[in-house]
Ligand binder design. Structure first.
Ligand code: GLY
Length: 392
C-alpha cells in the first residue's frame, strides 16, 4: 500500500534535556523488522483457534479465545504491519483477527473490550473494512448489558456472591462503547461509558492520584462495600499495571468525549506517575512493593504507560505537563528497546519484550513475556512515529 513507506534508519528524539535518554536515537526500523519476524514466528507456532499468551521455561504458552488476552496478538500484527509494511504480516493480522469475529463463542465479561477492540477494532481502523463491524457491535451489546443503573457501573467480573466487582482495568474497555456509540448511533452506550468513568473517578481514586484495583458495590443499593486489590501488593498499594490502565483509560475517555473532567483525571494520574517512572522507567510490578519483591519489573505496565503518555502529551492543555508526558514516553520506549527488555531475533519464542509480570502474588506469569506488553509497545511506537497511519 502506498502509504506504507519504509521508515528511515533511525529517528532521533528531539525532546528532553541534553544527555537525557530521550535525546538518543531509537532504531525504529530495526524494531519494525524485528517485530515482523517475531510475529511470523508466533504465527507459525500457534495452533488454530488459539492465541499466544506467554513464553515460559522455553515453551510457548497459548490460550483459547476466552482468555482476556486473546485479542492482543492480532493487534500486534496490525501494528507490526503498519511499521514494517510487510504484506505477509498483514496476512497474518487478517488471519488472526478472523479468529476473533465469533464473539458469542468466547464472550465472558468486561474483557470483551480488550478482546475485540485490540483485534477487530484495530483492523477496522486500519482497513475500514465493514466485515469487522458486526463483531464490534455484538461485543458492545454484551458489554453494555453488564451495566447497572443502580451502581452506575459496568460489572467487570462475574461473581457467585451478591456483589458487583469493578476493577480499574475496566476503564480500558469503555472505548468499545464510545466507538460503537458513534459508529452505530447508540447514544446510550456513550452514556454508560461516561457513567462508569465518573463512578471510577469517585470511588477508585485516592487523593494522590493513585488508584485501588477493585471496588465492590452492593448491586441492590449501589453503595461501595469495599476497596481492595487482587493483583497488587496490598489493598492500599499502587499496582503498577492498574495505574497504567487508569492513565490510558482517562486519556482515551478525554479523546473520545472532549469532557475536561477526564483530562483532569488523566493529568492527576500522570502527576502521580511521572516522578516514579523518572526514577525507574520500567517499574516494579507494584510501586509500593518492598524489597526484595520490588526487584521484579513489569514491562507491560511500562509499555501501557508509554502509549498513554504519547497520547496525553498531545492532548494535555498544560504545556509543561504535556512536555513531561511526551518526554517520558520516549524515555520508557528507549528503555524497553534496550537489550535488557527487547528480544533478539528469534528469541523468547517470537515475543518482543522480556520481564513482564502477570500476577505476582499468585506466582503466575512472573518475569515472562506477555502478549499485551508487546501490543502496547508496538502501539506506542506507532503513535509516536507514525501517527499519520493511525488517524481515524
Ligand atoms: N486486566 C488484567 C490484568 O491487567 O492483569
Amino acid at each position: 500500500m502506498k502509504y506504507l513507506l519504509p521508515l528511515i534508519i533511525s529517528i532521533a528524539f528531539s525532546a528532553g534535556a541534553p544527555g537525557h535518554e530521550a535525546n538518543r536515537t531509537l532504531p525504529v526500523d530495526s524494531i519494525a523488522s524485528l517485530s515482523a519476524g517475531q510475529c511470523l514466528i508466533l504465527g507459525r507456532a500457534v495452533p488454530p483457534g488459539m492465541m499466544p499468551r506467554t513464553f515460559q521455561d522455553g515453551q510457548l504458552v497459548c490460550s483459547d479465545l476466552k482468555r482476556w488476552t486473546s485479542g492482543f496478538f492480532p493487534g500486534t500484527c496490525w501494528y507490526s504491519y503498519l511499521l514494517s509494511g510487510r504484506e505477509e504480516v498483514r496476512a497474518l493480522a487478517e488471519n488472526f483477527t478472523e479468529r476473533m469475529l465469533d464473539v458469542d463463542s468466547y464472550f465472558r465479561d468486561h474483557d470483551i473490550g480488550f478482546q475485540i477492540m485490540c483485534s477487530a477494532g484495530i483492523a477496522y481502523r486500519i482497513t475500514k473494512d465493514d466485515k469487522y463491524l458486526p463483531a464490534i457491535r455484538r461485543a458492545a451489546e454484551f458489554l453494555a448489558a453488564r451495566y447497572s443503573p443502580i451502581t452506575g457501573t459496568i460489572k467487570s467480573w462475574n461473581s457467585s456472591k451478591p456483589v458487583s466487582k469493578v476493577i480499574v482495568d475496566n476503564m480500558m474497555n469503555l472505548e468499545l462503547l464510545t466507538f460503537a456509540s458513534r459508529q452505530f448511533g447508540v447514544p446510550e452506550w456513550m452514556e454508560i461509558a461516561e457513567s462508569h468513568a465518573d463512578k471510577t473517578i469517585a470511588n477508585h481514586f485516592r487523593e494522590d492520584g493513585s488508584s485501588f484495583h477493585l471496588v465492590e458495590y452492593d448491586p441492590g443499593s449501589g453503595a461501595v462495600l469495599v476497596k481492595k486489590t487482587v493483583q497488587g501488593y496490598s489493598d492500599e498499594s499502587a499496582w503498577s499495571r492498574g495505574q497504567a490502565w487508569g492513565l490510558y483509560g482517562f486519556t482515551m475517555m478525554y479523546r473520545e468525549t472532549g469532557e475536561e473532567r477526564y483530562l483532569h483525571q488523566a493529568e492527576k494520574i500522570a502527576r502521580f506517575l511521572l516522578p516514579l517512572v523518572a526514577e525507574r522507567p520500567v517499574p516494579a510490578w507494584d510501586f509500593n512493593a518492598p524489597e526484595p519483591l520490588s526487584t521484579q519489573d513489569d514491562a507491560s505496565a511500562a509499555a501501557i504507560m508509554a502509549s498513554a503518555f504519547v497520547e496525553l502529551g498531545t492532548l494535555s492543555l498544560d504545556k509543561a505537563l504535556a512536555y513531561r508526558c511526551s518526554s517520558m514516553a520516549r524515555t520508557i520506549l528507549k528503555e524497553l528497546a534496550s537489550p535488557r527488555y527487547l528480544a533478539a531475533p528469534g528469541e523468547i519464542g517470537g515475543f518482543l519484550l522480556k520481564h513482564s509480570t502477570g500476577h505476582y502474588k499468585a506466582g503466575s506469569e512472573v518475569d515472562v513475556p506477555l502478549t499485551y506488553a508487546d501490543y502496547y509497545f508496538m502501539e506506542a511506537l506507532c503513535r509516536e512515529f507514525r501517527p499519520d497511519l493511525l488517524r481515524r
